[in-house]
Ligand binder design. Structure first.
Ligand code: SF4
Length: 382
């Protein structure tokens, strides 16, 4: 079995599909939750992760339940979800165990299930403290409700992350600043900020094409990202990745596994695992994933074995997301390739364009470059 110490579990249920969301999920089909849990156990079994005695279980440093909305599951099913995973793996001392949560789902009963099952990090889909933006994003909470929920949970949960979205049509810079101020005043340990994108096949993209939604202009979006970096850093949140800001000691360990190019296991519809250069992605359709597992078949839809050079290039792509960038010595030791042989022209081009800084040992995105990260990183894939 491959060597990994991180596991991602995809939980594909939500009450409603928000208009901007293109994640793998099935909304309004809670009747499938029981089948999903059976499918998950089957997939883990197929991968060789069967229930065993605790001292024989592989150890995890990070475990992440994402979605969809894992906390959409009723308490009984949520308990079962954690049992399925934790009868097959054990948590290392100090492991990070994170669950994505919709704020309104966090009843005392569910919080109790999370706590008793060993969760120690909550990632909340807060998105905004602006009532207009929340309504447009089709979220089911009001700003004051979100603040009240965060205030209620933070005394018992040290590690709480809040997701925030900027660039919502009609949103002003002042409204975004107010959202950031309110998030920091609540004292959460981590904030992730995402610029709204109009993904293909979403309701938002259809509305954009019809002229019903107008994306904010690029200058305003850039100003919003700038304000996020300034406000969060001034409030004691260090930026460690393009979208991620943390109080000291609270950077998300699980996500850092992705950006470091380390191995991780993943299960659930649409989940992608990466094990020593081999990437496999599960079928995205929840019904398709269930049907394959019911037949005892693998749900893998795509498999790719990366050649050494492709693996090295992908490592550049991933490492560049980190604020600390790429250390040339470290890169050579991990990949066997010289960073400059592989990507010299792209490094020079983006350094001259002001998107990268290069001190001879390390390259990293500049502040301006972080805004153009996707465009810069694409140039390193070869
Ligand atoms: S709650 Fe999150 S995962 Fe679910 S539809 Fe909305 S954005 Fe997507």
């Amino acid at each position: 079995m491959s060597d990994f110490r991180s596991l991602y579990v995809h939980v594909p249920f939500c009450r409603h599909r928000c208009g901007y969301c293109d994640f793998t999920l099935i909304a309004g089909r809670d009747d499938l939750i029981g089948d999903y849990l059976k499918g998950l156990a089957r997939e883990l079994d197929l991968l060789g992760h069967v229930p065993v005695r605790e001292d024989e279980r592989p150890e995890l440093d990070t475990l992440f339940f994402g979605g969809g909305t894992p906390t959409h599951l009723p308490p009984k099913e949520l308990t079962r979800l954690f049992q399925i995973v934790l009868s097959r793996f054990r948590l290392a001392e100090g492991a990070e165990v994170c669950v994505e949560a919709n704020p309104r789902d966090l009843t005392d009963e569910r919080l109790d299930v999370l706590r008793r099952s060993g969760m120690n990090r909550l990632s909340l889909g807060g998105q905004s403290f602006d009532a207009r933006a929340l309504a447009l994003l089709e979220r089911d909470h009001a700003p004051e409700e979100l603040a009240e929920i965060v205030r209620r949970i933070t005394p018992g949960w040290e590690n709480v992350s809040l997701d925030l979205i900027f660039g919502v049509p009609g949103q002003s810079l002042e409204s975004w600043e107010e959202t950031l101020q309110r998030a920091t005043s609540l004292g959460v340990s981590h904030v992730s900020t995402y610029g709204l994108t109009f993904e293909a096949n979403t309701a938002f993209e259809t509305r954009r094409r019809r002229g019903e939604l107008e994306p904010v202009d690029e200058e305003l979006e850039r100003a919003m990202y700038d304000v996020a970096m300034e406000t969060l850093e001034a409030a004691g949140y260090a930026q460690y990745e393009i979208s991620s800001f943390a109080k000291p000691g609270f950077a998300c360990r699980h996500n850092q596994i992705y950006w470091s190019g380390d191995s991780y296991e993943a299960v659930g519809p649409g989940a992608a695992r990466y094990l020593e250069g081999a990437r496999e992605t599960n079928i995205r359709s929840v019904l398709g994933w269930l049907a394959r597992l019911e037949r005892g078949e693998s749900p893998v839809a795509e498999a790719e074995e990366l050649a050494p050079e492709a693996r090295a290039r992908e490592l550049i792509f991933l490492n560049l997301r980190r604020v600390r960038g790429i250390d040339r010595t470290d890169f050579r030791e991990r990949t066997g390739f010289s960073l400059d042989r592989l990507a010299g022209p792209a490094i020079l081009h983006h350094t001259q364009a002001g998107n990268l800084e290069d001190d001879g040992q390390t390259i990293r995105l500049t502040r301006a470059g972080r805004f153009l990260a996707d465009h810069v990183m694409a140039d390193f894939l070869g």
